[in-house]
Structure formats: C-alpha cells, structure tokens
Design a protein around this ligand. Structure first.
Ligand code: NAP
Length: 256
C-alpha cells in the first residue's frame, strides 16, 4: 500500500490513462476522486462504476476542467469529502487533428482550454488547498512526448503540452517551499480511446508501431505505475522532471 490514506484527484478519469491511474491509486490505498466531464452520460456511468468497484473510499466528481468555477467547486468537494487533498493528477486532455493553416480560433481555444487552462485551474486550486492544510503535496501532469517533439497537424496539442512542461518546471520552484512537488509523465502511444482511429486502421497502426523501439503500444497501467511512484513517498526528492513512458519513441531517429 504505497499511497495509504492519501487523497488523490484524477481528472478525466472515466477512461483511458486516467481510469488506469485512479484504479492503481485505489489499489495502493488512496482515497480517490474520479473526475468526469459533465454532459456525458457515458463518462458519468464509467466514473460511478469505477468508484463502486474501488469501495467506500472513492467519489465521482463532475467538472469541466476548462471552467474555472467548476474546478474550484470540484476541489472544494474533494476537500469536503475527504478532509484534505494530497495528490492532483492533471490527466484530462483532448487533441484536434487539423493543419495549422486551417485551425480556427474555437479549435485552438478548446484544446488550450482543456489541456493548459485546465492544468492551471486544477493545480492552483489543489496547491492552494495543500498550502492551507500543510504537509506538502504532489502535482502530476500527464503531458505527452509532444511536450518536446513536433507533431504536424497537431499544433494546438503540442503547444498545450509544451506549455504544461514549462508550467510544471515553474511550479517545481514556486511550490517547493511548501513541500509540493510537480512532475510530468510524457506518454508515447498508449492504447486508449484518444487513439481509436489509429488502433482501428491496420496500416496506420503498423506505421505507428514501426516508430516505437519496443514494437507495441503502451497500456494505461504502464503509465499508472509511474504515477504511483511520483505520488508515493519514494519520490520525495523528485520534482521538476518529465518521465517518458514511450517504449523508446523519443529516442527513435528516422534516418530516411
Ligand atoms: P482518453 O481516453 O480520451 O481520456 C481523456 C479523458 O479526458 C476522457 O475521459 C475525456 O472525457 C476527459 N476530458 C476531456 N475533456 C475534458 C474536460 N473538459 N473536463 C474533464 N475531462 C475531460 O485519452 P487518454 O489517452 O487516456 O488521455 C489522457 C491524457 O493522456 C491526455 O491528457 C492525453 O493528451 C495524454 N496522452 C495520451 C497519449 C496516448 O497515446 N493515449 C499519449 C500522450 C499523452 P471525454 O471522453 O468525455 O471527452
């Protein structure tokens, strides 16, 4: 039980990587708040089913992370339910596949709103609660290998993840006096709904796998195991870092 009695909020936790992290945190003894996006009955059902499976020490919390007031209310609800918050995992994210020249204001703002503004709102509300309660805390961002590597036709996504990297590095310094650490996990290609189009297309799938030294997509649990480490006491001296969980993708050099 590496997270016994810690209180963790995981955003976008009704599917994919977030669901995997919430499940591992619960298995490690944490009290978990499973965030889901409002307006999606599918997400609500998935979050409530997950919480029921975890047992009494979990709640489902609705909030659109791109809306400041909803995030404030969500963090307040977590503190009200569990008395504190120790870990915030900024996982909720979206991407839009669109050439730069055709990207609209609305599309740009939507991606930055969830991926970057959401990370700002959630981390600030969680960090304020952590400072108030004392005893430190953990901020974990699920960024992407695209916090560093360009990805044509995903400029808004790459911009949001690159900015998350810089925000995390600043928080590492600003929040250190409060004992709050900040780290990123940068997944490569993980088999989740965000990649459904590629997973469903044999040619695109083969091309994607050919770029990965380990020769396969990753699983949400393989991201979750790094999140458990960063949230645990074992990572007490780790802050300001990005952990790649990418099967070697970022080391692959395409020669021709
Ligand atoms: P996913 O299954 O689509 O999960 C994303 C989750 O975020 C979904 O539950 C989604 O809900 C939720 N979400 C979207 N907008 C939200 C909002 N405004 N408020 C609250 N929740 C919201 O995909 P995933 O792969 O697990 O992605 C999780 C994170 O990992 C993302 O930040 C993504 O960028 C990052 N990542 C993924 C990969 C990969 O290969 N899978 C690689 C690098 C980074 P809805 O389904 O209702 O929209």
């Amino acid at each position: 039980m590496r997270l016994k009695d810690k209180v963790a909020l995981v955003t976008g936790a009704s599917s994919g990587i977030g669901a995997g992290i919430a499940a591992r945190f619960a298995a490690e003894g944490a009290r978990v708040a499973v965030n889901f996006r409002p307006g999606s009955p599918k997400d609500r059902d998935a979050a409530e089913a997950a919480v029921a499976g975890f047992g009494a020490n979990a709640i489902a919390v609705e909030a659109d992370v791109s809306k400041h007031d909803q995030v404030e209310a969500m963090v307040a609800r977590v503190v009200e339910a569990f008395g504190r918050i120790d870990i915030a995992v900024n996982n909720a994210g979206i991407e839009i596949n669109k050439p730069f020249l055709e990207t609209t204001d609305e599309e740009w703002n939507r991606v930055l709103g969830v991926n970057l503004q959401g990370g700002f709102y959630v981390s600030q509300a969680a960090a304020r609660a952590m400072v108030k309660q004392g005893g430190g805390g953990r901020l974990i961002f699920i960024s992407s290998v695209h916090e560093d590597i360009p990805f044509p036709n995903y400029t808004s996504y790459c911009a949001s993840k690159g900015a998350i990297r810089m925000m995390m590095r600043n928080l590492c310094i600003e929040l250190a006096p409060h004992g709050i650490t900040a780290n990123n996990i940068a997944p490569g290609a993980i088999a989740t709904p965000i990649n459904q189009t590629v997973l469903d297309n044999p040619i695109a799938f083969k091309n994607a796998v050919s770029e990965i030294p380990l020769g396969r997509f990753g699983k949400p649990e393989e991201v979750a195991s790094v999140a458990v480490f960063l949230a645990s006491d074992e990572a007490s001296y780790v802050t300001g870092s990005t952990y790649y969980v990418d099967g070697g993708l970022t080391q692959q050099v395409t020669m021709y």
